[in-house]
Design a protein around this ligand. Structure first.
Ligand code: ADP
Ligand code: MG
Length: 403
């Protein structure tokens, strides 16, 4: 671990610094629905402003697939940034065209220029290295330093993330530095007991994480839609719940490995079984080994962990010194099935030690349930990136920064 950090970059007075942020915010009717990612970029931008640099910021937004599409313009993000920062924030209508060029040249130290959406240009995400290099070269023209601060994209080999950092001197921003440090702590020298809580919809999304973390943890708690593949692997009937039958053997292997390693795998003892996948569905609590013995029979589907399991999971989280939690315990978007997720989130805010929430939907879940970000040890801003890190994969956007 020797990530190049901002501190190592020397005097930045009067320098032009290009920052890759992750402004991929959720939009609703063209308005920013949650500005969390913009706020997460502020410490680095404020640091550079204080250091006397002229700051150019670039990001992608959505998936415009290489064509200019005003629905995905970063202009609303630039406006929001202007409200959050106390310095002038300008906006360029292109990334490497005449507008960006002219505005960068006239940018005054201490001011910020936001470029238009990187993904309006197909070269940003091209699989062809020469195409990406060409775009990255244009992006870094007139730039003294590249600061990589979009943690949500460090697992991508994209022009602005990977190639640009090879063309000009580069360093990690404060967000990338903090995320990397915390996730690294989850893989080495963790304080014990170390508990990992996994949920969410698909077990196949989390196989890599289970495999990498299993030898490193004391307990693995499983809830969410993925638990039914585990229950089915143990021979239980799970009705119409989510279940990936092609993963039953893999899951059995994990259960065997856990036993050999002495890792405690904790599965729910009770499940909230509903008549349908709907916010107003009828529901009841069933024992996890008799899920089909409800009035809904084999049509019943598990949409949350039950109250007994919620208490047990909460106790185990509270008595841990390190917790990584990824994936909601139930369909938290529907109030009737949010209790398990709320119980785990509450316990995480009460524990002593390092409690980390990772995953896009998990972060959204704790926010929508009203928990302030600061009540957790850390909420990772990068869903896919944090999972790939915890699968032990090498991330191109970190490797290029010396990691
Ligand atoms: P993250 O983005 O945090 O990694 P996932 O994308 O894996 O999380 O999973 C989130 C989704 O899992 C949520 O939309 C939630 O409704 C769904 N989910 C959780 N439990 C269940 C369940 N029992 N049945 C169906 N979907 C579930
Ligand atoms: Mg998700």
């Amino acid at each position: 671990m020797s990530l190049r950090t901002l501190e190592s970059t020397g005097d930045l007075t009067g320098k032009t610094v290009l920052v890759r942020s992750d402004f991929n915010v959720p939009l609703s009717n063209g308005a920013i629905a949650d500005d969390g990612r913009i706020r997460a970029s502020l410490p680095t931008l404020e640091y550079l402003i204080r250091a006397g640099a002229a700051v150019v910021v670039m990001s992608h937004l959505g998936r415009p697939d290489g064509v200019v599409d005003s629905a995905w313009s970063l202009e609303p993000v630039a406006q929001r940034l202007g409200q959050l920062l106390t310095v002038p924030v300008h906006f360029a209508r292109d990334t490497v065209g005449p507008d960006a060029d002219a505005r960068r040249r006239s940018l005054v130290p201490g001011e910020v220029l936001v470029l238009e959406n990187l993904r309006f240009d197909p070269r940003e995400t091209s699989k062809v290295e020469t195409e990406r290099t060409e775009f990255a070269t244009q992006l870094t023209t007139g730039v003294d330093l590249l600061v990589s601060d979009g943690f949500g994209v460090v697992h991508r080999k994209h022009a602005s993330v990977f190639d640009a950092a090879r063309i000009v001197p580069s360093a990690a921003g404060l967000l990338v530095e903090a995320e990397t440090e915390i996730l690294h702590r989850l893989t080495t020298d963790t304080e014990r007991p170390y508990t990992v809580v996994l949920g969410g919809s698909k077990v196949s999304d989390k196989l890599g994480v289970i495999e990498y973390l299993l030898p490193r943890v004391d307990r693995l708690l499983i809830g969410g839609g993925m638990v039914f593949t585990f229950l089915a692997a143990q021979g239980h009937r799970v009705g119409a719940s989510l279940c990936e039958v092609d993963r039953l053997d893999t899951v059995r292997d994990y259960l065997d490995t856990a036993r050999e390693l002495g890792v405690e795998v904790v599965l729910p003892t009770d499940i909230v079984v509903a008549s349908a996948f709907a916010a107003d569905a009828e529901f009841t609590v069933a024992s996890s080994d008799t899920m089909e013995d409800t009035p809904f029979g084999a049509a019943g589907r598990g949409l949350d962990i039950g109250p007994e399991t919620s208490r047990r999971f909460a106790d185990l989280v509270r008595s841990s010194r390190t917790v990584f939690w990824n994936g909601p315990m139930g369909v938290f978007e529907m109030a009737a099935f949010a209790s398990g997720t709320r119980a785990v989130a509450t316990a995480l805010t009460e524990m002593d030690g390092l409690g980390v929430v990772g995953g896009g939907d998990s972060a959204a879940a704790v926010r929508s349930l009203g928990f302030p970000d600061a009540s957790f040890g850390h909420i990772s801003t990068g869903g896919g990136a944090s999972l790939e890190f915890l699968e032990g994969k090498s991330l191109p956007g970190l490797e290029v920064l010396g990691w």
